[in-house]
Design a protein around this ligand. Structure first.
Ligand code: DGL
Length: 267
């Protein structure tokens, strides 16, 4: 057994949607979360910038003694995971592979939509991996950059978010997709709005649960799960103060936690 925490990072509040699934699947695990709120969004930044930020985030989490790291950010997972694995000697999990596996299980007509940040879409990570696994798959991607500030603002299902969703998603619906990957960890916060826009016939694929299960199996196989009876402790760190974090924690995800602010540039 290993009581060290699992480290999780994202550019902001989005990774909390992954923390929620970790808490469901592995309630006894201690978690250290870092949200890089000073430098959000990652999705419009270059691969080099995202990789530099991600390395600093991993160094910070390692300073907290974590046993594994979850990159709860599709932009960092699709652009920087290889660089992170080459640099650090700790198990590092991304969200793209679980998202791809879920999408392949979900689709019946082999037409998959993927929405994400410009950085994730530009990386081509989802199409590449989906088509490597099944050459008959058709993948349609769409960058939805406004969804991140809408989620950070807490505007998860109002007139503005619904209009944005329509503008972004109508073209994917017209392609005849039957599954839509929420390829950004902020997007599950807008799930209701996205679901209403695309309609019931399109299944929304959120990679978060599959990611948590993957980590659970990995730790279980190595006898590294926390077997203590108590619920795991959660520590939340941000690189800048934000009211939104508190809002999302309490209202959307039901975590009553206070974040601490750290200077990420020191790492
Ligand atoms: N939540 C992140 C993702 O999954 C990044 C959003 C952003 O910072 O642009 O891609």
């Amino acid at each position: 057994m290993d009581t060290r925490p699992i480290g999780v990072f994202d550019s902001g509040v989005g990774g909390l949607t992954v923390v929620k699934q970790i808490m469901k699947v592995m309630p006894h695990e201690n978690i250290v979360y870092f949200g890089d709120t000073a430098r959000v969004p990652y999705g419009t930044k270059s691969k080099e910038a995202v990789t530099k930020y991600s390395k600093q985030n991993v160094r910070f989490l390692l300073s907290k003694g974590v046993k594994a790291i979850i990159v709860a950010c599709n932009t960092a997972s699709s652009n920087s995971i290889d660089a992170l694995r080459d640099t650090f000697d700790v198990p590092i999990f991304g969200v793209v592979v679980p998202g791809v596996e879920e999408a392949l299980l979900s689709t019946k007509n082999k037409k998959i939509g993927v929405i994400g940040t410009p950085g994730t879409v530009r990386s081509g990570a989802y199409e590449k991996m989906i088509c490597e696994k099944d050459g008959e798959m058709q993948v349609f991607t769409k960058a939805c950059p406004l969804f991140v500030p809408l989620a950070e603002e807490g505007w998860t299902d109002n007139e503005v978010s619904r209009q944005a969703a329509k503008r972004y998603l109508d073209e994917l619906v017209e392609k005849g997709i039957d599954s839509l990957v929420l390829g950004c960890t902020h997007y599950p916060l807008l799930k209701r709005c996205i679901g209403t826009t695309v309609g019931d016939a399109i299944k929304l694929v959120d990679p978060a649960k599959a990611t948590a299960l993957r980590v659970m199996h990995f730790l279980g196989e190595r006898n590294q799960l926390n077997q203590e009876d108590a619920e795991g402790k959660k520590q939340f760190y941000l690189s800048d103060s934000t009211d939104t974090f508190q809002f999302v924690c309490e209202k959307a995800l039901k975590f009553p936690y206070q974040p601490q602010i750290i200077d990420i540039e020191r790492y």
